[in-house]
Design a protein around this ligand. Structure first.
Ligand code: ZN
Length: 347
């Protein structure tokens, strides 16, 4: 795989905490996230914020966002800024928007937003493959999310090449972050450790279901082999005076004013007509429940205990190189397992 090739080692420091968030973490605070969204531009996470906020409020799930660029190649509906000045404006919008969902950690990885293209190969050429993947892997190893959510990596009609490339890098990072042979300088020189993210999702998912809370339990995927989870967007938010999360998501969306979203209309208010946010599973290292059991099934078996399942995700590491933890392999050594992570689920 390509990360094993001679890497162009990223020597730039990672921007661990950003410029303008009122809730940003301090640089020296240890960060342990549960979920990481990986996108290309500072609004790609917009559709997930109601779900992130609901999970954060009810289950203390901490989400972060990796944004490959600052969106400086996009349009500006509110002023004359363009290029780097627009990128700074968009980063500030993003940090305000994700704050509605309790997201404090945004990582802008400084890839160039050059212009709209449907080409992932062109995006890879301009961003730099090794450098981009290295930065994502470093962020994953630093923040230790149990779940990655990314975009659609496929070259489907109209899918932005930047989105495809960010998603493909996210998929590669899911595997590379766990591989001690990938970017070993991060381990040998920077003190990071390989980290095995438990589950990987692509946002969205095709299929049919009823609306209302039953959207979580009545979904039929259009491709029967797809594993697609749903989270109802109509739950009420206690921290927003009972406003439903689909409306809080609209308030967040209005923060992306440079993208022309400041006038976004109010959300559907009839609970029976409110649908689900969908996630399609790409891979999972842990057993997962039937997606149609509803509730927090997308996260069960990762940061949240699965109903009837083991008490937590085992946290074991091999003292030796990968592959030597298997009984019977040469130089077999038993993995070292730390104390189980306490479940943060409230119900
Ligand atoms: Zn985008």
């Amino acid at each position: 795989m390509r990360w094993r090739a001679k890497a162009v080692i990223a020597t730039c420091g990672l921007l661990l905490a950003g410029l303008a968030s009122p809730v940003q973490a301090k640089a020296n605070q240890p960060i342990d996230l549960d979920i990481m969204f990986i996108g290309a531009h500072p609004d790609d996470e917009a559709g997930q914020l109601g779900m992130f906020g609901y999970w954060n409020e009810t289950h203390d799930m901490k989400a972060g966002v990796i944004t490959m660029t600052r969106g400086e190649g996009g349009g500006n509906a509110v002023g004359l800024e363009e290029g780097p000045a627009l990128g700074i404006l968009r980063e500030a919008e993003e940090r305000r928007a994700v704050g509605w969902a309790g997201v404090k950690n945004v990582y802008n990885l400084d890839a160039l937003d050059f212009y709209y293209t449907a080409s992932a190969p062109l995006s890879e050429q301009i961003w730099g493959y090794q450098n981009s993947l290295s930065r994502i892997v470093r962020t994953i190893r630093t923040t230790k999310p149990e779940v990655i959510i990314t975009m659609n990596p496929s070259a489907t009609q109209g899918n932005h090449g930047n989105h495809q490339e960010a998603a493909m890098l996210a998929v590669e990072a899911f595997y590379a972050a766990a591989d001690p042979r990938a970017f070993p300088e991060q381990i040998n020189r920077e003190g990071l450790k390989p980290f095995r993210v438990a589950r990987l999702f692509q946002s969205g998912g095709g299929g049919t279901s009823s609306n209302g809370p039953a959207c979580e339990t009545t979904f039929t995927p259009s491709q029967p082999t797809n594993v697609i989870f749903g989270t109802w967007q109509g739950y009420e938010s206690a921290t927003h005076d009972g406003t439903r999360w689909n409306q809080v998501n609209v308030w967040a969306r209005r923060e992306y004013a440079s993208q022309g979203w400041a006038d976004t209309g109010d959300a559907q208010s009839n609970p029976a007509s409110i649908g689900c946010n969908r996630l399609t599973m790409i891979d999972s290292r842990t057993p997962y429940p039937d997606p149609n059991l509803g509730g927090t099934t997308a996260l069960q078996g990762t940061s949240i205990r699965a109903k009837g399942g083991l008490p937590s995700v085992p946290r074991c590491t091999c003292a030796r190189r990968a592959g030597r933890c298997w009984p019977g392999s040469r130089s077999w050594s038993r993995p070292t397992c730390g104390p189980p992570r306490p479940s943060r689920a409230r119900g």
